[in-house]
Design a protein around this ligand. Sequence first.
Ligand SMILES: [Zn+2]
Length: 112
Amino acid sequence: MNVYYVIFQFKTVSDTGHSYKVFIRTLADFNSSEYMKNKIQVYCGCQDFKFRSAWLLNKHDSLFRTTKIDALLGPALTDSPSNKTRLSGLCKHSMAAINYFVSHYQQLMRSI
Ligand SMILES: [Zn+2]
């Protein structure tokens, strides 16, 4: 059996005009049969994600990592946030990208 990972890149634009790239890595699922159990890993380039989400997601093997991303995250990857930092599973950009991914799953999988 061959296993193919696919990486989707989303561009999110906030009301203030800032744009962020969100990456979602998952397994190719050409006939959408794995919809309910196809695990994803996510990364967003914003500061909120870096300081509130990355550490927690990484602990659960849900952070999309590359050498470059690891370098960008630096200590945010390995040092648990201070008690004063409210942890967040996802920033609004990665939440928007995942919502899109879920609601367009079949269409996206057919496009690869
Ligand atoms: Zn973000």
